[in-house]
Design a protein around this ligand. Structure first.
Ligand SMILES: *Cc1c(COP(=O)(O)O)cnc(C)c1O
Length: 226
């Protein structure tokens, strides 16, 4: 087995163990392989091992890899920072966008999503740690932005995404993820048809799954150090 196939299997093992620990069905947790900075050949290797959804953070780099991998029906997720001048290629070349944190970005994506494609799947990014360096709406504003996204054409609101402050302390990790889980519950109570908690990376996927993650974004543990 190749290195990437073995690493994918190890990550799937971690997901299953975390689900068992939390009393959850592992089929509730999707694995997004974060391939930013890694070449198309690495993605092809992961595809051969059964991985279907890939996350990219840099638009030009992603588009180049998408051209190289046009023979594979990959589900592409844009997880990077979203700038107004980059929304058009993102709306046209990705199935999912995880980092919507402003109404004007959502409006641009809705306007620019090509009509022949299915609706763009959107997560609202939330800054759970309140860090000045991180993107995302404050938790107090997340529900209002979710409502705004939900009523736009060509977009389908799926839920919330977060990148918490780095911490090695599991209770601290869990507290941040719980903030996002509470937002999902509040959005459902408000009548929004949301199903996605995009949270958990290589270092903290267990804590994220314990708090209800439905999609973990894993780079380093699959492809190696960037
Ligand atoms: C790079 C990145 C990841 C993957 O992080 P790892 O620690 O390498 O698993 C996940 N989410 C986002 C938004 C990223 O930019």
């Amino acid at each position: 087995m190749g290195t990437i196939a073995a690493a994918l299997q190890a990550v799937q093992g971690r997901i299953c163990a975390a689900c068992a620990e939390a009393g959850r069905d592992p089929r509730e947790v999707r694995l997004l392989a974060v391939s930013k900075t890694f070449p198309a050949a690495a993605i092809r290797e992961a595809w051969a091992a059964g991985q279907r959804a890939f996350g990219e953070s840099y638009v030009q780099e992603a588009l180049a890899k998408q051209r190289e991998l046009a023979d594979l029906p990959i589900e592409w997720h844009y997880i990077g920072p979203l700038q107004s001048n980059k929304t058009r290629p993102v709306a046209a070349h990705f199935a999912w966008v995880h980092g919507v944190d402003r109404p004007d970005l959502a409006e641009r994506l809705a306007r620019q999503r090509p009509p022949h494609l299915p609706p763009l799947e959107v997560c609202v990014q939330v800054n759970v740690g309140g860090e000045a360096s991180k993107r995302g709406v404050p938790p107090a504003d997340a529900l209002a932005l979710a409502r705004f996204v939900a009523q736009l054409p060509r977009l389908r609101l799926r839920g919330f995404m977060t990148i918490p402050p780095p911490s090695r302390d599991v209770p601290t990790q869990r507290a941040h993820f719980r903030t996002l889980a509470r937002l999902l519950a509040a959005a459902r109570a408000a009548g929004l048809a949301v199903d996605t908690l995009s949270m958990g990376m290589s270092q903290d996927l267990e804590a994220a799954i314990a708090e209800g993650a439905t999609l973990v974004r894993i780079g380093t543990a699959i492809f190696g150090e960037r």
